[in-house]
Design a protein around this ligand. Structure first.
Ligand SMILES: *Cc1c(COP(=O)(O)O)cnc(C)c1O
Length: 234
């Protein structure tokens, strides 16, 4: 592998500084501490060299949404925590369970079963977040809020899994502040039954401030760190 282009390294450092400034300002505005927040660098489509630069700058959490790409990057950068943030087809569950530390996108019982089996076989413990659909359009991923209690019980009792919390993407055309407030309510109900499941994964490049204000613990930030993804890749 050739070393990263120095100007790209500077660009990533500048982007990270800007994101850190936004996160810190949002935490202060919300009366929270930066240390309560985990920045997950969503690195899909970007080369491993970029991730290595960010790792060197102190970023320890990376997120990916496609199994094959994630698997390769996780193998190339082991000194990091890997978050799977995209839809998981059940036939990819075993692969995802082999490198992911956290799966943010669990939205059905059959996926829990598959992840549990794979984690147990591999001798690993996976943290799982229940992805919620906040607009009822489950085609874009996420379970209906009404399905959460049963999914939570299944996750909490599955071998090889640790129920860690909830995740959502703000619906298109919705006010993110209202969407994240709804997610916070669902989180509070979950925590009442499962006190350790305190993670709230919410907020991306465009709406991280609203997410921090609503109580998010994990921010999934892609384009503000790496730049805009070229549509041809998707
Ligand atoms: C791509 C992606 C992100 C990051 O989005 P940006 O707008 O680029 O910050 C966050 N969450 C999920 C689930 C994603 O697929």
């Amino acid at each position: 592998m050739t070393g990263p282009d120095p100007s790209r390294g500077q660009e990533l450092a500048d982007n990270l500084a800007e994101v850190e400034q936004r996160v810190t300002a949002a935490a202060h505005a919300a009366g929270r501490s930066r240390s309560e927040l985990t920045l997950v660098a969503v690195s899909k489509t970007w080369p491993l060299a970029d991730l290595v630069v960010l790792r060197g700058l102190g970023v320890g959490d990376f997120g990916e949404n496609r199994d094959q790409e994630a698997k390769g990057k996780a193998a190339g950068l082991t000194a990091a925590r890997w978050h799977f943030v995209g839809a998981v087809q059940s036939n990819k569950a075993a692969s995802v369970a082999s490198y992911a530390d956290v799966v943010h996108s669990v939205d059905r019982g059959s996926l829990l079963t598959a992840l549990s089996r794979a984690a147990t076989t591999g001798g690993r413990t996976l943290e799982v977040l229940l992805q919620v659909s906040l607009d009822g359009d489950t085609a874009r991923g996420g379970a209906l809020p009404s399905a959460l209690p049963a999914l939570a019980l299944a996750a909490a009792t599955a071998a090889g899994l640790r129920l860690a919390g909830v995740m959502a993407v703000a619906p298109r055309d919705a006010d993110p502040a209202r969407a994240f407030a709804e997610l916070a309510r669902l989180s509070a109900a979950l925590v009442a039954d499962h006190p350790q499941a305190t993670v709230i994964s919410a907020g991306m490049s465009g709406d991280l401030e609203q997410a921090v204000l609503a109580g998010a613990t994990h921010l999934r930030v892609g384009s503000a760190l790496f730049g805009h993804r070229t549509p041809v890749f998707r």
